[in-house]
Design a protein around this ligand. Structure first.
Ligand SMILES: *[C@@H]1O[C@H](CO)[C@@H](O)[C@H](O)[C@H]1NC(C)=O
Ligand SMILES: *[C@@H]1O[C@H](CO)[C@@H](O)[C@H](O)[C@H]1NC(C)=O
Ligand SMILES: *[C@@H]1O[C@H](CO)[C@@H](O)[C@H](O)[C@H]1NC(C)=O
Ligand SMILES: *[C@@H]1O[C@H](CO)[C@@H](O)[C@H](O)[C@H]1NC(C)=O
Ligand SMILES: *[C@@H]1O[C@H](CO)[C@@H](O)[C@H](O)[C@H]1NC(C)=O
Ligand SMILES: *[C@@H]1O[C@H](CO)[C@@H](O)[C@H](O)[C@H]1NC(C)=O
Ligand SMILES: *[C@@H]1O[C@H](CO)[C@@H](O)[C@H](O)[C@H]1NC(C)=O
Ligand SMILES: *[C@@H]1O[C@H](CO)[C@@H](O)[C@H](O)[C@H]1NC(C)=O
Ligand SMILES: *[C@@H]1O[C@H](CO)[C@@H](O)[C@H](O)[C@H]1NC(C)=O
Ligand SMILES: *[C@@H]1O[C@H](CO)[C@@H](O)[C@H](O)[C@H]1NC(C)=O
Ligand SMILES: *[C@@H]1O[C@H](CO)[C@@H](O)[C@H](O)[C@H]1NC(C)=O
Ligand SMILES: *[C@@H]1O[C@H](CO)[C@@H](O)[C@H](O)[C@H]1NC(C)=O
Length: 694
């Protein structure tokens, strides 16, 4: 019980809601849009929450400010609510005090699922009558007002109540709206849904890493808040539930510090993926829909059920699973000892998988990978058609999963040049360790396939721009967008090469010519053996890290995940902007994977039969410089690292960090409010600068 309450507080302390990266409560004020001000509470159980929008009664934009006050009795900004019940789940939540500096109207309340809230704040401002009309407003004893809603399951109720806490305060219900006089109000926000079992900060880390709890209390709390006995959650507040890619990338980056063994973070995360697999085709699930929104979606199909739903639209998620299984069950001593017991467990989460063991589910995933990768791997099969494509009716399929993320591309670079071969290598290693008695031959075939993919998929994505053309493209990019910064084109002293984001992009582009950070996947996931290819690959990666944007990817705020300067076609700079979710912005975990990936490649220089680049002192030196330059950028941005993504403004001759949601969104999209805490952004608890590479 105690740990759960801590969990609620962590998120709510981070409630900043809109537009603020820092977690401190005082930023609540900074969260208001010009007119409406929203206040939000989010809970992991059932992926649920509450949002309420306030508007000043005088109708004057900007005339209302709202702030969270500390309790006069406990001194806390927020206090826990916990009321046991003999007949249902306990009522849990938080209470606190809000100060409204002028009279206000609560215009829109949304009570129930985070997904319902997101449909309103990020989608086309959707409000659903079946959900909104079920809200009961009432003036209750002691001058209080309560808003409550019975979920579609007919069992759970979310309640938000306000009571005046200052002399002038008065709260009333008028015409189905709640009105407030200026003043301070206490509030309670609570719900009664079955709670998850949280892993404490001590339980999330392994024995060697317990020191992190006191060394980095904020990140350790955040990690604990996102870690439960049966799954890891992607982020707060927008993605407060299972996400396959996020969970697995986090585990792979944080393997050295996460707890292992029964009840540990590692097994929770692996089990969560296996439980949610699609048993028909072996696909790993991207996202789950649970709680009120699941009941809602079922009702849309005329099914009365609270059963969860799973989304399998991603094409990258499958490949992380075998890599994770090798990491834990082959390379980790505790994992090795746990393999047989763990894998013989039966699924209990997704009703469709109840009869299957974890081992059977892992096998289904491996079979899928072998099947879809075979056409490219067989003799003469190395054609573009045989590369892995997005699903037919989807415009997204990997981590750059926004409208503009892949530039319309259908065949993503990271999946084909890194994840498929990495998944195959891992299946080979699992087969060698005896994991797939049904397929002993995979100990060879999977490795053979992997070799073909490693050596032959990269070149499809290669972009080469002659020096003079590169200079004029970069100059034109700056001029035509009237950017206030210099093109730095004089830094271009040779031809520019990079690997584009995807094949088959918008406007009939055969290749999406956007420079990017996805090189990190190949660096982190593969130890490729074609020396010529590896050397030139590392050389261009290092160049992009060292060179300033828009020539390369480096800015004061970190490495940009995309740079469209070499695209030529205006389609690129129009769509890859600093306000697009996957535009010229910085993602924390990409910095972590790039750092960890470079470290792995540099680490190969200290083993026997080191790759050739290790002996090329100029190249090796450049890769080392890139590694250290990247760490300088990471260190300089430590205040932002736990957040999901951030953007920049250019002022006083430099790039300064700014929340993505603070910038006007690209056409046809809504502002993206970045999560203030993101699971994979906490990877820096494990990924540290290797001082021996200085
Ligand atoms: C307040 O400002 C918003 C834009 O920030 C605008 O859409 C809205 O119409 C304004 N409302 C009033 C009453 O001026
Ligand atoms: C409330 O705060 C807003 C924003 O700071 C300010 O513009 C307004 O004047 C304040 N109203 C009162 C009555 O103090
Ligand atoms: C609440 O208390 C904290 C210290 O516990 C303090 O830093 C903060 O400023 C207080 N907030 C307000 C609104 O008074
Ligand atoms: C909830 O109750 C309503 C009204 O009795 C009923 O129509 C509906 O099917 C129930 N929903 C569930 C999920 O049981
Ligand atoms: C919040 O809950 C506490 C404990 O039940 C109660 O004393 C208080 O009046 C409630 N406040 C509001 C605003 O409902
Ligand atoms: C509360 O009322 C008093 C006396 O009428 C007034 O001086 C004070 O400004 C009011 N406070 C607020 C927050 O409106
Ligand atoms: C599972 O995979 C099968 C085969 O690809 C597909 O038809 C089915 O829709 C998938 N299940 C879900 C829930 O998407
Ligand atoms: C659900 O039932 C309604 C009313 O009978 C019908 O119009 C609708 O097409 C049904 N939806 C589905 C997905 O079957
Ligand atoms: C693969 O497994 C087979 C059957 O167990 C064994 O004979 C063979 O030596 C193995 N090959 C490799 C490369 O491990
Ligand atoms: C793309 O190619 C198709 C078929 O060749 C053509 O009809 C269309 O106009 C082209 N679109 C653009 C933007 O060039
Ligand atoms: C931008 O992206 C959208 C959505 O993918 C696409 O339809 C459009 O053609 C692209 N180009 C421009 C110039 O906006
Ligand atoms: C690649 O080699 C490095 C250095 O030996 C090692 O740390 C890393 O785990 C290896 N990667 C893979 C995918 O085997």
């Amino acid at each position: 019980m105690h740990s759960f309450i801590a969990a609620v507080l962590t998120v709510v302390l981070g409630i900043c809601l809109t537009n603020a990266m820092p977690q401190s409560v005082k930023h609540l004020e900074a969260c208001g849009d010009a007119f409406y001000i929203k206040t939000k509470v989010a809970w992991p159980a059932g992926n649920s929450g509450v949002v309420v929008f306030f508007q000043p009664q005088n109708g004057v934009n900007g005339s209302l400010s709202i702030s969270l006050q500390n309790s006069t009795t406990t001194g806390n900004a927020l206090d826990p609510i916990y009321e046991a019940s003999s007949s249902s789940s306990p009522m849990v939540g938080v209470s606190g005090h809000l100060k409204l500096n002028s009279s206000a109207i609560l215009t829109i309340p949304i009570l129930g699922s985070i997904r319902t809230i997101r449909d309103f704040t990020e989608g086309p401002s959707l409000l659903r009558p079946s959900i909104q009309d079920a809200i009961t407003l009432a003036e209750i004893e002691g001058g209080k007002v309560s808003l409550s809603r019975l979920w579609l399951d007919n069992e759970t109720t979310t309640t938000l109540s306000f009571a005046p806490a200052s002399q002038n305060g008065s709260v009333k219900v008028r015409d189905r709206r709640v009105t407030f006089e200026a003043g301070t109000y206490s509030f309670n926000a609570s719900f009664n849904y079955p709670q998850l079992e949280q892993l404490s900060p001590q339980e999330v880390f392994n024995q060697h890493s317990q020191g992190l709890v006191s060394q980095y209390p904020d990140q350790a709390q955040s990690l604990s808040f996102l870690s439960y006995s049966n799954k890891l959650l992607a982020g707060a507040w927008r993605f407060l539930t299972y996400f396959g890619r996020d969970s697995m990338i986090t585990m792979l980056l944080m393997e050295p510090v996460l707890s292992t063994g029964e009840g540990g973070a590692f097994e929770a995360g692996i089990a969560a993926v296996l439980e949610r697999l699609n048993k028909t085709d072996g696909s790993a699930a991207h996202e789950e829909t649970i709680g009120d929104y699941a009941t809602f979606l079922n009702l849309q199909e005329n099914i009365t059920s609270t059963a969860p739903q799973y989304d399998y639209k991603m094409i990258d998620t499958d490949y992380f699973l075998p890599v994770l299984l090798v990491d834990y069950f082959v390379k980790n001593a505790v994992g090795r000892s746990r393999a047989s017991e763990f894998l013989s467990k039966k699924a209990t989460e997704n009703p469709a998988n109840y009869e299957l063991t974890y081992r059977q589910l892992a096998l289904l995933n491996a079979e899928k990978i072998i099947n879809v990768s075979a056409p490219f791997a067989v003799s003469g099969g190395q054609t573009k058609e045989n590369l892995i494509h997005l699903k037919e009716d989807e415009i997204i399929g990997e981590w750059r999963d926004s409208t503009y993320g892949l530039g319309g591309g259908r065949i993503p670079y990271n999946v084909n040049a890194a994840l498929v071969p990495a998944g195959l290598r891992a299946i080979g290693a699992l087969a060698e360790a005896g994991f797939f008695p049904e397929h002993p031959e995979w100990n060879q075939t999977a490795h053979n396939y992997a070799q073909v993919w490693e050596d032959n998929s990269l070149h499809f994505f290669e972009v080469n721009v002659p020096q003079s053309e590169a200079r004029s493209l970069v100059e034109n990019y700056v001029d035509s967008n009237s950017f206030p910064f210099a093109s730095q084109s004089q830094d271009i002293n040779s031809n520019v090469s990079f690997y584009g984001l995807a094949l088959d992009g918008n406007n009939n582009q055969t290749l999406v010519r956007v420079m990017n950070t996805d090189d990190c996947f190949r660096l982190f996931f593969l130890n490729t053996t074609n020396d010529r290819q590896l050397s030139s690959f590392l050389s261009q990666t290092a160049d992009h890290i060292l060179q300033p944007y828009p020539v390369g990817l480096s800015t004061d705020v970190g490495l940009l995940v995309a740079n469209p300067a070499y695209g030529g076609d205006p389609v690129y700079s129009t769509n890859f902007t600093n306000s697009a979710y996957h535009g010229t912005v910085v993602w924390s975990w990409q910095l972590a994977m790039m750092a960890a990936g470079l470290e792995r490649q540099l680490g190969r220089c200290s083993v026997q039969s080191a790759p050739e680049f290790c002996l090329d002192s100029e190249l090796h030196g450049k890769v080392l410089s890139a590694y250290n330059h990247l760490w300088d950028l990471i260190d300089a941005n430590s205040a932002n690292l736990s957040g999901e993504v951030w953007s920049w403004v250019y002022e006083d001759g430099k790039f300064s960090p700014t929340p993505l949601g603070a910038l006007p969104p690209p056409p046809g999209t809504n502002p993206t409010e970045s999560d203030i805490r993101q699971l994979w952004s906490l990877a820096f608890l494990a990924v540290k600068r290797n001082q021996s590479l200085k």
